[in-house]
Design a protein around this ligand. Structure first.
Ligand code: COA
Length: 179
């Protein structure tokens, strides 16, 4: 399998329908992740949302990371999974990054794709100076089990959502040394 890639508007715009289809599959197929939209999906609504995310990447506020892989059933190259690094503007917290939409196609799960995507995201985050990564997951979801395996630490729980913080070794590595 090739390495995860960063979405490029010039090369990957034709993948938007597939990105949307994967998003929809993760929402509708068990274990049915909560991911911004609810079925029935309004025509064009999710495409517009993804186009907005692409715009944010073009403006420097986001990175969209894709994993392509051959579908063993069809022999075709699929968007097998993706995740995003949100890089909000913050003068007081320029080191903060937000992990969003780690979604792997039901046809490509348990092959290490989420791990590969997150490893790439963390390299990109470090390059961008985003050394403290945060995310939230739904209680009881598979994500709740996988993030600790990827080095994330649970910091808060309520009845409907979990919040994890990355162990943030990057942050201490990049802090200026004191005399
Ligand atoms: C959760 C999800 C991203 C995992 O993707 P994946 O590519 O199958 O995960 P990987 O194969 O990279 O597995 C990474 C680790 O998590 C573990 N894992 C993956 N799915 C798991 C599951 N359902 N239950 C328990 N552990 C799981 C793997 O064993 C692996 O750990 P290991 O390397 O120590 O063995 C995928 O199932 C998915 O897209 N689910 C729906 C969307 C979702 O919940 N996304 C998270 C949004 S917050």
């Amino acid at each position: 399998m090739e390495s995860p890639i960063i979405y490029s508007s010039s090369e990957h715009v034709s993948l938007i329908p597939e990105i949307v289809a994967l998003h929809q599959a993760c929402i509708t197929q068990p274990p049915c992740v909560i991911a911004t939209f609810l079925p029935p999906f309004k025509a064009g609504g999710m495409e517009a949302w993804w186009e907005q995310r692409v715009y944010e990447q073009e403006q420097g506020y986001r990175k969209i990371i894709l994993q392509m892989a051959v579908n063993e059933k069809t022999g075709k190259m699929d968007v097998a999974g993706y995740c995003m690094l949100g890089m909000p503007v913050s003068q007081t917290g320029p080191f903060r990054g937000i992990v969003e939409k780690l979604l792997v196609s039901p046809e490509h799960r348990r092959k290490g794709i989420a791990r590969r995507l997150m490893e790439r995201l963390e390299v990109v985050a470090k390059e961008e100076g985003r050394t403290l990564l945060t995310l939230d997951t739904v209680t009881g979801s598979p994500a709740e089990l996988i993030y600790p395996k990827l080095g994330y630490i649970q910091v808060w729980i309520n009845s409907s959502a979990h919040v994890f913080l990355f162990s943030a070794t990057y942050k201490t590595a990049s802090l200026p040394r004191t005399a």
